[in-house]
Design a protein around this ligand. Structure first.
Ligand code: CTP
Length: 446
């Protein structure tokens, strides 16, 4: 008996998939089809898959060509499957020619000609209107955004707005997009505004974009006052638009896994959270010279407050800030200490003092520790009273990670799944409240 194996995502099942499976079956007597999980697809950079795994499996089953269907969960599985199932022929479409030659030592590798003019990507794009994104601001984060956006199907970066025409033009030239210094023209040509301008301008731009009927993705901190946050979320709701705060950690797969484990009861009840993130910044940088809106906490506070609010909720009883200031009065290092009904937390960040950037979550049965860069979580450990027992977890984090927030934004927009739980409105409003409280106390204290 000749055993054949093939793999694919089989999203929005189409004729190309059908013809591939038919010819794969004809290569032998028994066909095994591996269907990829969503997590594996995300890990290999295939974002925006529409059909859930069960639908994709069902569609493969309905063709009648598969004698057995398995799930492909990780890199390296193909090799072990070939051994495990005693495979004679491995086959995939010709878009993969050469990619699997390394399996030739173990079985025959056949690349079947791909069916022309059809692909899941094409269908996904037809199904959804491609969201044209316009960037406001041309700083470092905007530079990272453009290449990340290229990897997410369903969006295209249309252009960039900067009131300083030259900055917009330089940025646009680099990324081959349009430059706008006329706001009306900018808004006419986009569906989504990505706001990556200085903190204090967020509020004005968010309102303006929403009033022009555009969805908004805004860099953290969303706004610097609770009242402003409530107002912009109410405006978005009234207009039926999405307002999405971009804290990349919130959407990172490893951080999601860590939260899941923390909340699963494995470490008992959570009693203490300590989050620290420091990044030494050039003393001449905007972050360390803008005397009104610079400083560590406004820049980095969202990252360190995020796990605290995620694990204890946003209703704190008390908050205190301990600050080390530079000569110009800006905070070089800030420790926020919070008390909640069920535990305590510290959120520490710094641009002028270096420390160990660690996330520690202590519970009644054990603790979780994620080493730096936990804000792009790829690895964490769970420890118990028995020091000999350590559970280790890892997860992929690709590139700059903005692709994850962008694909979650699209999911929300297309309303396939309501997963605003990764960062809720209530959490964004509470983060704005903490920023406001910090600024108020700094003004009193400085
Ligand atoms: N395939 C094919 N002809 C097509 C599309 C896909 O022969 N027009 C084959 C692929 O080469 C692969 C299998 O079908 O062996 C499953 O491919 P998959 O990646 O799920 O489909 P695509 O349409 O290529 O998906 P995407 O656009 O998301 O990459």
């Amino acid at each position: 008996m000749v055993k054949v194996i093939t793999y694919g995502t089989y999203d929005l099942f189409h004729e190309g998939h059908y013809r591939l499976l038919k010819r794969a079956k004809e290569l032998g007597d028994y066909l095994i089809v591996g269907v990829t999980t969503e997590t594996y697809d995300k890990a290999r950079g295939k974002l925006g898959v529409v059909d859930p795994l069960m639908t994709r499996i069902e569609n493969v089953r309905k063709t009648g060509f598969a004698d057995e269907i398995i799930i492909e969960e990780s890199q390296g599985q193909k090799f072990s499957d070939i051994k495990k199932y005693g495979i004679d022929i491995f086959t995939v479409g010709s878009d993969w020619t050469g990619a699997f030659d390394y399996l030739k030592d173990y079985c025959k590798v056949v690349y079947l000609e791909r069916t022309r003019d059809i692909s899941s990507t094409m269908l996904r794009e037809q199904k959804r209107h491609i969201q044209r994104i316009g960037i406001i601001g041309t700083g470092r984060i905007a530079e990272r955004f453009v290449p990340e956006a290229k990897l997410v199907s369903g969006v295209s970066t249309q252009g960039v707005y900067n009131p300083h025409k030259e900055s917009a033009e330089r940025f646009a030239e680099r990324w081959q997009i349009n430059a706008y210094d006329d706001k009306e023209e900018f808004y006419e040509n986009i569906d989504v505004a990505y706001i990556a301008s200085p903190h204090e301008t967020h509020y004005g731009y968010i309102k303006e974009a929403l009033e022009h009927g555009k969805h908004v993705i805004c860099e953290k901190p969303l706004v610097l006052e609770k009242r402003q946050a409530e107002e912009v979320f109410a405006l978005a709701k009234e207009r039926g638009l999405i307002l999405f705060e971009a804290i990349k950690t919130a959407y990172c797969p490893g951080f999601q896994k860590l939260l899941g484990i923390a909340c699963s009861g494995m470490i008992g009840s959570i009693r203490n959270v300590e989050a620290c993130f420091t990044k030494l910044e050039n003393p001449e940088s905007r972050e360390l010279t803008d005397e009104v809106y610079g400083g560590s906490f406004l820049e980095m506070g969202s990252y360190v407050m995020l796990p605290v609010f995620k694990l204890f909720g946003a209703e704190y009883e008390k908050i205190e800030f301990d600050v080390i200031r530079g000569e110009n009065g800006l905070d070089l290092f800030t420790k926020a200490s919070l008390r909640f009904p069920t535990g305590i937390a510290t959120a520490t960040c710094g641009l002028g003092v270096k420390s160990e950037g660690r996330l520690l979550i202590s519970g009644t049965k054990g603790y979780i520790v994620a080493e730096p860069p936990w804000w792009k979580t790829t690895y964490f450990e769970v420890h118990y009273e028995d020091a000999g027992r350590v559970d280790k977890y890892s997860e992929t984090f690709l590139g700059d990670g903005l692709r994850y927030e962008l694909s979650d934004f699209l999911v929300l927009l297309n309303q396939e799944e309501k997963n605003a739980f990764k960062l809720t409105r209530g959490e964004s409003i509470a983060l704005a409240e903490v920023m406001e409280e910090f600024v108020r106390r700094e003004k009193q204290g400085a």
